[in-house]
Design a protein. Structure first.
Length: 298
């Protein structure tokens, strides 16, 4: 996808404007669409109205030949399909060249998650006598207690945090807000951080974010990622850690203890339950345990 054309087709520019203005996608999501579609038209060498089904198939074959993963090719096909659906609604083209083209299938990988014991070690690994250690402990507690994304954590402002009601109001993908419950343990750690560590980090400076850096500004996603990797090393957790690992652990532990998939979908902020169904391995394991425990022929 390196040879993206400098002059984008007029229809593609209109589509990107539609994604930004009407669908409210984030700049990163719009850029991903732009890169995927621009790369396709660079390879195809045709205008959107001249593209045919064989051009799309040739593109997917090229993706395989270049060694791209099935998930990457599938994502680019989705971008192309979304683009042509927009063009049909706008009556710019009459036919969708992606119609009846099967998406490349990727092997589903189960997300990495921590055991309850590993979570405890991770949480206890922080030196809460220091301002940054206490802040990081509060961050870990919130991520595990809510399952929110790291971007939702770093975007969490003081006016969206309501400890009295026991919830946080987060801004998710596509600028969609959702209310997420926050447990008492996490609330206690956030309160302790706000009273003892946050003023030391701010040093008199003003910042509306809940979690702040030593410079007195809102923490970035990279800062949180580095803090979590460091916590994993301190805790002796050998798994490849990221903020998403805590999100997966949150979902897995809920399901292991009897939560239904629909509730977990709402808590995670997934727009489609098919995204949440990656966790069905937990349900299957639980059914196996129940079967072995209660069936006379198990």
């Amino acid at each position: 996808m390196k040879d993206a054309p400098k002059n984008l087709p007029r229809e593609l520019i209109q589509f990107l404007d539609h994604l930004t203005v009407e669908r409210g996608l984030s700049p990163a999501s719009v850029e991903a669409y732009r890169a995927d579609l621009a790369g396709f038209f660079a390879l195809c060498g045709k205008s959107p109205g001249d593209v045919r089904r064989e051009d799309v198939r040739a593109f997917l074959s090229h993706e395989r030949a270049e060694g791209h993963s099935a998930s990457t090719a599938a994502r680019r096909l989705v971008a192309l399909r979304t683009f042509y659906r927009f063009l049909i609604l706008e009556r710019t083209v009459q036919a969708d060249p992606t119609e009846n083209i099967e998406s490349p299938r990727a092997l589903k990988r189960l997300p990495a998650y921590l055991t309850a014991e590993e979570v405890d070690r991770l949480l206890e690994s922080q030196d809460i006598k220091s301002a940054t250690g206490l802040r990081n402990r509060a961050i870990l507690e919130v991520l595990y207690a809510t399952g929110i994304r790291v971007s939702e954590l770093t975007g969490l402002s003081l006016d969206r945090y309501n400890p009295e009601a026991g919830f946080v109001l987060v801004m998710g993908k596509g600028s969609k807000e959702r209310v997420v419950p926050l447990g008492e343990v996490a609330q206690d750690w956030v309160q302790k951080y706000k009273e003892e560590a946050r003023p030391k980090l701010l040093k008199g400076r003003a910042c509306g974010a809940v979690f702040v850096s030593t410079r007195g500004s809102a923490m970035s996603r990279q800062m949180v990622w580095v803090a979590i990797k460091a916590a994993a090393r301190s805790a002796g957790v050998a798994k490849n850690m990221s903020p998403h690992t805590l999100r997966h652990s949150f979902a897995t532990h809920l399901l292991e203890r009897g939560a239904d998939l629909r509730s977990v979908q709402l808590l995670l902020g997934h727009s489609d339950i098919s995204t949440t169904q990656i966790y069905t391995h937990v349900e299957q394991e639980r059914l196996k345990r129940i079967y072995k425990q209660y069936h006379p022929r198990a």
